[in-house]
Design a protein around this ligand. Structure first.
Ligand code: MRU
Length: 345
């Protein structure tokens, strides 16, 4: 199994997801600024993985600070990391958690503060893996035996500290003995499905078939797909789900064809501060991601391009939201609030 993000004596080590699956290269970020660039450039991506990496970025930054004014230093580090990608709330959740930890030890010797921040970042990583495994247990029962699961983007070990959210549900279903296979949408423009999900499942020996995004409707209509499972970058209080661009189309097609549409995400992805998905900021990325395929220009020079990296699926299309604390169902305003406010065990 790959290590998506690691805390080491040299810095934060990331598998370079821009080069997968052709090359397995690791990048060592030695400063918090390098961590910020790695998040922005999608060397690491996926909401939970971004959160874990940002937490380690805070620890790394404080480790290398001169300790003269830790209050100012930690705010500078957090601010830099917060400006990387706007949609996945796990980034802001992790940064807030690191700030709270800092405030709890503020005033103590700088060596103690640094150690506490490193411990917390390492803990966030370990917790994320355990959360994904718990999510897998809750979600596995929902996957119909003997059928095909459709997924979009990559919500696997590469998008988390390990095991995955949507792919965690698939892994747990396979581990429970279910005979399933997976259809992976290629997920233009960044091709997380073709490059990452297809590779990850192939490595695990889980049967996977790659399709282009525009084939999903055909396979739902012809009865091939038993259910859809995707991840999420932010879930509003009413159950609206922001996830990789194209998820909304998949959800509408699923409803039209009577295919259950599940979202698997940790509690840290639920943002009760936002009443609906209309308030979720959607990242706009570079035009070159759309005009190029595999580094080759395919569009005319000077063409106007739109490249929203995420879309919002209204809650009415969502059959259930699988979390580490159980499965939320409509009405989501009540079920999500109950799960979020439940004390962690
Ligand atoms: O732009 P990305 O690759 O960071 O987008 C990732 C997704 O949209 C994932 O589906 C989401 O973060 C869930 S990952 C467990």
């Amino acid at each position: 199994m790959v290590e998506t993000v690691q805390w080491t004596a040299d810095g934060v080590v990331l598998i370079d997801q821009t080069r997968l699956p052709r090359e397995i290269e690791y990048v060592t970020c030695k400063t918090y600024q390098e961590v910020a660039v790695a998040i922005k450039d999608m060397i690491v991506r996926g909401a939970p993985a971004i959160g874990v990496t940002a937490a380690m970025g805070v620890a790394l930054g404080m480790l290398h600070s001169d300790g003269a004014d830790p209050d100012a230093e930690i705010e500078r580090i957090i601010d830099t990391l917060a400006r990387t990608r706007p949609t996945a709330v796990n980034l802001f959740w992790a940064l807030d958690r690191m700030r709270v930890v800092y405030l709890s030890v503020k005033g103590r010797p700088i060596t103690d503060i640094r150690q506490r921040l490193v411990d917390e970042a390492v803990l966030i990583k370990a917790e994320d893996i355990a959360i994904n495994e718990a999510m897998g247990q809750h979600g596995a029962a929902l996957v119909p035996n003997g059928r095909t699961v459709l997924t979009h983007c990559n919500a696997g070990a590469l998008a988390t500290a390990g095991y995955g959210t949507a792919l965690g549900v698939i892994r747990a279903a396979v581990a429970s003995g279910k005979q399933i296979d997976v259809f992976a949408d290629e997920t233009r423009p960044f091709l997380q499905g073709a490059r990452l999900t297809a590779w990850e499942l192939q490595q695990d020996g889980i049967p996977v078939t790659l399709i282009t995004d525009n084939m999903a409707g055909h396979f739902m209509k012809t009865g091939r797909i038993g259910c859809v499972v995707v991840g999420a970058d932010r879930i509003a209080a009413n159950g609206d789900v922001a996830n990789k661009i194209g998820t909304y189309s998949v959800a509408v097609l699923a409803k039209e064809n009577g295919v259950p549409f599940y979202v698997a995400a940790p509690i840290s992805t639920i943002d009760l501060k936002l009443a609906s998905g209309d308030e979720i900021p959607i990242e706009e990325r570079a035009a070159s991601e759309v005009t190029r395929v595999g580094g080759v220009e395919v569009a005319p020079d000077g063409i106007a391009v739109a490249n929203p990296a995420f879309d919002v699926t209204p809650h009415r299309y969502v059959t259930g939201i699988i979390t580490e604390r159980g499965v939320a169902r409509a009405p989501y305003t009540e079920s999500l609030a109950t799960l979020v406010n439940q004390p962690a065990t």
